[in-house]
Design a protein. Structure first.
Length: 359
């Protein structure tokens, strides 16, 4: 059934980062969210311009700041970010818009040059290690830019930022296969980086007596160094690394896994893998960090207070009901839920200062 049209169609620009295609072929959580949001807004009757890098693979008007996606985490990233912001702002200046929705950081430096108001979704942690809270606080000197949090946990980490709302990331749940009969292995899916806790997943799965499949790779040199030092030595018959997987391979692994292990060692603002696992009917075993407890409940996941308790969380998670997992994804993390949340944000921004107080 087609989504009902919005009562007030808007002209919306979505500015995505320039590091992965839209939609991404493999890794690229922020880019996937930008793509799904753009397509969801189009289905509601809005006029959408999507800014990114690479070829046009969307139904929106597409503005490419680079002909190909750029490498993330290199010495040139600062220059890439600035060029992306300048080119995006220049292109949008000639397009009639009601609101610009920016998913980058550097792009906010040019927000004051735009005629349409800008709202920004914060995809980075704003508390703890690797916090970018200071950046978003400093941006306020260039004029008010309302911020959207991905989770209430993220928002609590920096309550003084100019939050306007919390909107959970959404996915096209219907495109994820629901699998009721699970296999014996447990899955880690994501970047092989220290803050993602791959080594913790390896040790916990071994203690729980479960074979671990690791799907993912590094995106920057420091992550490759971490992999070689802390992950590769732990591989063997009980732990298999399959490398980076594409979208269909990812969904297949998520559906077959007995559970997904999500041992975040930082203040994870969201955790899109959790939502994708639930959509496949796959429960999650995670650590109590960032948004993890907010995304799961006792029917869909097991949360450990520390690494020592993660093995027990795995044992509990594999016994949870796949149908409950799918139901939670459908009710809380659908494209429709995300689109409704952002439509309310846009209306609040366009209502002016009186409409911008936090809900």
């Amino acid at each position: 059934m087609a989504a009902p049209l919005a009562p007030r169609p808007l002209r919306i620009a979505i500015v995505a980062p320039p590091f992965y295609e839209l939609p991404p072929r493999a890794y690229g959580g922020t880019e996937l969210v930008c793509y799904v949001l753009a397509e969801g807004l189009l289905a509601r009757g809005h006029e959408v311009t999507l800014v990114g890098a690479g070829p046009n693979r969307t139904g929106a008007r597409f503005v490419a700041t680079f002909a190909e996606p750029q490498l993330e985490g290199t010495q040139s990233q600062g220059m890439i970010d600035v060029l992306h912001a300048i080119r995006a702002t220049t292109a949008l200046a000639s397009i009639p818009l009601d609101v610009v929705h920016d998913h980058t950081r550097t792009g906010l430096l040019t927000a004051s040059a735009r005629q349409a108001p800008t709202v920004a979704t914060v995809h980075a942690p704003v508390a703890g290690p690797r916090s970018e809270g200071e950046i978003f606080a400093a941006l306020a000197q260039f004029g008010r830019i309302p911020l959207v949090a991905l989770s209430d946990s993220q928002r609590r980490g920096a309550p003084d930022l100019d939050w306007i709302a919390t909107v959970h990331n959404g996915i096209r749940v219907e495109e994820y296969p629901f699998v009721d009969a699970k296999e014996d292995f447990v899955l880690f899916l994501g970047r092989t980086s220290d803050e993602k806790g791959v080594h913790v997943a390896l040790d916990a799965a071994r203690e729980a007596g479960r074979r671990l499949v690791i799907a993912g790779s590094w995106t920057i040199p420091s992550e490759q160094e971490y992999f070689e030092r802390h992950v590769r030595p732990r591989l063997g018959s009980e732990a298999e690394w399959v490398g980076e997987v594409d979208a269909e391979e990812k969904k297949d692994l998520l559906g077959r896994a007995a559970c997904v292990v999500f041992p975040a060692l930082w203040e994870e603002p969201f955790g899109l893998v959790i939502v994708e696992a639930l959509a496949c009917g796959t429960p999650v075993a995670g650590l109590r960090a960032g948004a993890v407890p907010e995304l799961l409940d006792e029917r869909t996941g097991a949360v450990a207070d520390d690494a020592a308790g993660l093995a027990d969380a795995i044992r509990r998670a594999v016994d949870l009901d796949p149908s409950a997992c799918r139901a939670r994804a459908e009710s809380r993390f659908s494209t429709e839920a995300m689109v409704r949340g952002y439509e309310a944000v846009y209306d609040r921004v366009l209502a002016g200062p009186a409409g911008q107080s936090p809900p």
